[in-house]
Design a protein around this ligand. Structure first.
Ligand SMILES: C[S@@+](CC[C@H](N)C(=O)[O-])C[C@H]1O[C@@H](n2cnc3c(N)ncnc32)[C@H](O)[C@@H]1O
Length: 620
């Protein structure tokens, strides 16, 4: 039956029905107001504004957005310790070979919150102390980012405060690093310095890509049309009209050479950026006009039809290799495809309002191996979420071995296993076993502040050892004092449980200073305010927490807390009535006048009493 159907040619009537169904859909899809017509992905308004959002928002994109850019995976200390070990091995090898320079330079691009750098420096210093080497004393860590705001935030948050004299904060565009580092590296001078290592975590995925579709001699590339999202009434959100937005978008396109939108137009567009949606289509392109376009087309012809071509990443890596010591290495940690396959999900990723597109690791490998000049090293087995790669000219064997040991799946599994098991035990109430496993987890990841935060909550709420929980949070806060509202909320929760309400309130407020959208901090603060008798403030906090909550996960708990506050409020009101009634009865008996009767006051009291009982049953 199905075969018959499959073979059936469309009759004129089914054809007509299909065509009209398609037409209906096409019409529905074309109903969106266009702000910028189809242009290549990397030139699109959405891509450019996404990049600029990150530039302007600084570390708030990670710490304080409602759906922040994920950052913990690269900033929990584990990646830093592994990178420090590989780097230490490379220094040791160079030292033995007598090639280690007096001043050792490393460079990180796209530092984000900067915690990777902080923990790298901590771990490298510790390794040097442990092995009695002076490399840390000779080290200069150049922390670069294209966003001035990001660098300012790192300085303001004191992220590098533990390492005075060992770091430089620099504005650097990964697409042209030498231009920005000329003075620091003495480029063009008599004794230019080279860098021993370059760290690139989730940064070259921010550089311009293209998606190419190769079919015989025809090459097309992914283009994007930017529209106003469906069901958005522009006038509700901005006083800019559609025509004005189109105008701003045009001026953005004119600034294409520098890939940056003029400041005022940019600001205005950014304000409404969240209202935009994209449409995609493949349009013909001359590959010779794309950086390394012919290479990508050749690559696609040999293996896949549709290929992600990270030409910005290639440009950046080529230029960084030019700054690298012959024995140095570039360490990439990023997401993307690791197998040669068609790009299925070609939509670029939106984290908060930023844009990025994962890396095509096989294509990068093919590019850098083709000349025979570079070594591209991969771990023996891939980890699931993030992929590490090492690239250099002649990295020492010790460096390669260190990389393979530290960055494979086996090592990640070894480190994560006790934590996974601890969570499972906790779920089924096996708290003592969970405590043992958490201890192993903390041994393996001593600077993972997110883990310490989790263990603190386990101690406070599961083991009911509040003092230990508070001590644990304090360890976490020593490691990461300024970039985690979660840790401040955990501290506040412990203080709250201890009955130290004033201090708890201060800690919740500190958490909210770091992240005004921290739902748990609002929920906790509501509890403290209710404790203080500020029921209005407490209910307001709960209302704000509702807005940030996930209905499926948090609504029940919030409703329960809201009812607890209402119970207290109703009691308070009942007390107020009683007070009033007593005042009045004294007044009545004093004056022997028939005003509000005791019965009426009792009735009010009773009715408020019954509503309290109803609230209480909901609050428990
Ligand atoms: C997704 S974040 C990753 C941050 C951090 N490395 C991490 O793993 O959490 C990308 C970072 O790269 C920076 N960035 C984006 N484009 C850049 C460029 N062309 N040159 C240098 N930094 C750039 C951003 O400002 C941001 O700090």
């Amino acid at each position: 039956m199905s075969t018959t159907l499959a073979r059936m040619k469309p009759t004129s009537s089914t054809k007509h029905i299909n065509t009209s169904a398609e037409a209906v859909l096409a019409k529905a899809q074309s109903g969106r107001a266009v702000i910028q017509d189809f242009v290549p992905l990397a030139d699109s308004l959405e891509w450019n504004l996404g990049q600029q959002y990150l530039r302007e928002r600084g570390n708030k994109a990670f710490l304080s957005d409602a759906r922040p850019v994920p950052f913990v995976i690269n900033n929990d200390g584990t990646l830093s310790r592994n990178a420090a070990q590989v780097f230490f091995a490379s220094c040791l090898a160079a030292d033995k070979a007598g090639t280690l320079e007096a001043d050792i330079y490393v460079l990180e691009l796209g530092i984000g919150v900067g915690l990777f750098a902080r923990y790298f420096l901590d771990a490298f210093r510790d390794l040097c102390v442990e092995h009695d080497k002076d490399y840390y004393g000779r080290l200069c860590y150049i922390a670069g980012d294209h966003s001035k705001q990001m660098l300012l935030d790192a300085a303001r948050h004191g992220v590098f405060a533990n390492h005075p004299g060992h770091y430089l904060l620099r504005e650097v565009d990964a697409l042209d690093p030498a231009k920005y580092l000329r003075a620091d590296l003495g480029l063009g001078g008599e004794q230019p310095r080279s860098v021993r290592a370059v760290f690139l975590n989730y940064v070259i995925d921010c550089l311009p890509p293209a998606v190419l579709e190769v079919d015989g001699d025809t090459v097309k590339q992914l283009c994007v049309r930017t529209c106003i999202a469906r069901n958005i009434k522009l006038e509700k959100h901005t006083d800019l009209t559609l025509a004005m937005l189109v105008e701003r978008a045009k001026s953005a396109a004119q600034a294409d050479g520098t890939r940056s939108v003029p400041a005022t137009a940019r600001q205005e567009l950014l304000e409404v950026y969240g209202l935009f949606a994209s449409e995609y289509d493949y349009r013909e392109v001359d590959p010779t006009k794309l950086p390394h376009g012919e290479f990508a087309v050749e690559y696609a012809r040999k293996s896949v039809k549709r290929v992600l071509h990270n030409y910005g990443a290639i440009q950046s890596l080529e230029r960084l290799l030019g700054l690298l010591h012959a024995e140095g290495f570039i360490l990439i940690n990023d997401y993307g495809q690791t197998k040669k396959s068609d790009v299925q999900d070609f939509e670029h990723q939106r984290f908060s309002l930023t844009t990025a597109m994962g890396l095509n690791f096989p294509l990068l490998r093919a590019f850098f191996e083709k000349s025979g000049t570079y070594r591209w090293v991969e771990p023996l087995e891939e980890t699931e979420s993030i992929h590490a790669r090492l690239l250099g000219r002649q990295p020492a064997m010790e460096t390669i071995v260190g990389f393979v040991e530290c960055f494979g799946k086996a090592e990640r599994d070894r480190i994560e296993e006790p934590l996974k098991k601890a969570r499972e035990c906790q779920k089924v109430g096996r708290f003592e076993l969970a405590a043992d496993l958490y201890r192993k987890a903390v041994q393996l990841q001593p600077s993972n502040w997110m883990l310490l935060c989790e263990v603190a909550h386990f101690l406070i709420y599961a083991l009911r050892d509040i003092k230990a929980g508070l001590d644990m949070v304090k360890v976490g806060l020593r490691i990461n004092p300024t970039c985690s509202s979660e840790l401040w909320t955990a501290l506040a929760n412990g203080l709250h449980e201890f009955g130290r309400y004033e201090e708890a309130e201060q800690a919740y407020l500190r958490a909210l200073q770091l992240n005004a959208k921290d739902r748990r901090a609002k929920e906790g603060l509501a509890g403290v305010l209710a404790q203080k008798g500020d029921y209005g403030g407490a209910l307001k906090m709960i209302a704000e927490a509702f807005v940030l909550a996930n209905p499926g996960e948090n609504f029940d708990e919030l409703l329960r807390k809201q009812n607890q506050i209402l119970v207290k409020l109703a009691r308070q009101m009942q007390m107020d009535y009683l007070l009033l009634a007593n005042l009045i009865s004294r007044h009545v008996s004093d004056a022997t006048q028939p005003t509000m009767s005791g019965a009426a006051a009792r009735q009010r009291e009773e009715s408020s009493g019954s509503s309290i009982t109803a609230l209480e049953s909901r609050a428990t």
